[in-house]
Design a protein around this ligand. Structure first.
Ligand code: 3PG
Length: 402
């Protein structure tokens, strides 16, 4: 069901679940990509005359009020981008939230405080989630799910609420799913996936699945050292998940059997410590000194990665190649972003997955238009590619079946 199926929206209170989980430095928003991505659906609803009650989370507070995770700065930025005031409700539910919602008129917007200040939002106990979803449902007449970044979470505002009100998927979730479908259902080949980030244990499921679908798997970031170790190399003081070495070794064997090309860096930038000021140098990936840690892929590797992407028709990328937030270790991530931008120009479908990767490419000076699609969901897009059921989508399929 889409917003069009909800019928006349003028005067209706629409509870809109968005993903406004943006990076903050104090109360300064350092990347507003997710707020911008939420605008088309909000505008679509306000233009239809709905009273839009946006709800969202920020960070991972532990079910209690924690001012560090207040959505207030987001309300301000959302208002600026929409060009209209956004009423901010300091509570997620209850009397004061009702007062704010009752105070908005047709075409106006309110934002509720961080849903995760309430333990019912993320509770594993269904009855606790249900009780919170009931309270949320009292604030609205219909529900629209548009927070793609949270569709993999079985949480009250994503999952339970959808059975309590007439519900529809918003345009952002639809657009994200459309793109990811193109990656999973007969992607144009060659199809390459670039994976980075700190931990291989976060990516096991997706690697497992990609060994059956991708043509090339390029590995960088902190997780690469577990791969190098699995190949029998020493990795100095680099990040290493010792307990995953055997699993990774099996992946390397499987890749060979399945004809999936695994591209690992031939050189890396190593430093004496995790700091921009530390002494650093480029060494061969199989010759990392015992007292050095790898913090980026090296220049040869960056070229090899770019070469491996030039003829690709489909590329998915999740996770930085190194500690890009420190200038000496940013070149690998920049090179991969550049290679994706070139591939985009050449007509390939390029997808940058994830809030962090998206923020990284913007921070490195790339424009959203350099890529085919920048997903707002890191975990969600990985779980989609992993072939997992995403509760925020399956609940809608169950409704359709009924
Ligand atoms: C994200 O940042 O990927 C989403 O907002 C989901 O956040 P979560 O991992 O804390 O559920």
């Amino acid at each position: 069901r889409t917003i069009d199926d909800l019928g006349e929206l003028r005067g209706q209170r629409v509870l809109l679940r968005s993903d406004l989980n943006v990076p903050l430095d104090g109360d300064r928003i350092t990347d507003d990509g997710r707020i911008r991505a939420s605008l088309p659906t909000i505008t679509r609803l306000t233009e239809a005359g709905a009273r839009v009650v946006v709800c969202a989370h920020l960070g991972r507070p532990k079910g209690e009020v924690d001012p560090r995770y207040s959505l207030r700065p987001v309300a301000g930025r959302l208002g600026e981008l929409l060009g209209q005031d956004v009423a901010f409700a300091e509570d997620t539910v209850g009397e004061s939230a009702h007062e704010v919602v009752d105070g908005i008129e047709d075409g106006q917007v309110a934002l509720l405080e961080n849903l995760r200040f309430n333990p019912g939002e993320t509770s594993k106990d269904e009855s606790e989630r249900a009780a919170f979803a009931d309270q949320l449902a009292e604030l609205a007449d219909v529900y629209v799910s548009d927070g793609f970044g949270v569709v993999h979470r079985k949480q009250a505002s994503v999952y339970d609420i959808a059975s309590r009100l007439p519900a529809a998927l918003g345009g952002l979730v639809q657009a994200e799913v459309d793109v990811l479908q193109r990656l999973t259902e007969e992607p144009e080949r060659p199809y390459a996936v670039v994976l980075g980030g700190a931990k291989v244990s976060d990516k096991l499921g997706v690697i497992d699945n990609l060994l059956g679908t991708a043509d090339r798997l390029l590995i960088g970031g902190g997780m690469v050292f577990t791969f190098l170790k699995a190949q029998g190399h020493e990795v100095g003081t680099s990040l290493l998940e010792e307990d995953q070495v055997d699993t990774v070794r099996q992946y390397l064997e499987r890749a060979e059997e399945e004809g999936v090309q695994i591209v690992l860096p031939s050189d890396v930038v190593v430093a004496t410590e995790f700091s921009a000021e530390a002494d650093h140098e480029v060494v061969a990936a199989d010759a990392i000194p015992a007292d050095r840690m790898g913090l980026d892929i090296g220049p040869d590797a960056a070229q090899e990665f770019a070469d491996a992407l030039t003829d690709c028709k489909t590329v998915f990328w999740n996770g930085p190649m190194g500690a890009f937030e420190m200038e000496p270790y940013a070149a690998g991530t920049k090179a991969v972003a550049q290679a994706l931008a070139e591939a985009t120009k050449g007509g390939a479908l390029t997808v940058v997955g994830g809030g962090d990767s998206a923020a990284a490419v913007r921070q490195l000076g790339f424009a959203d238009s350099d890529f085919g699609h920048i997903s707002t969901g890191g975990g969600a897009s990985l779980e989609y590619l992993e072939g997992k059921e995403l509760p925020g989508l399956t609940i809608f399929e169950q409704h359709e079946e009924k």
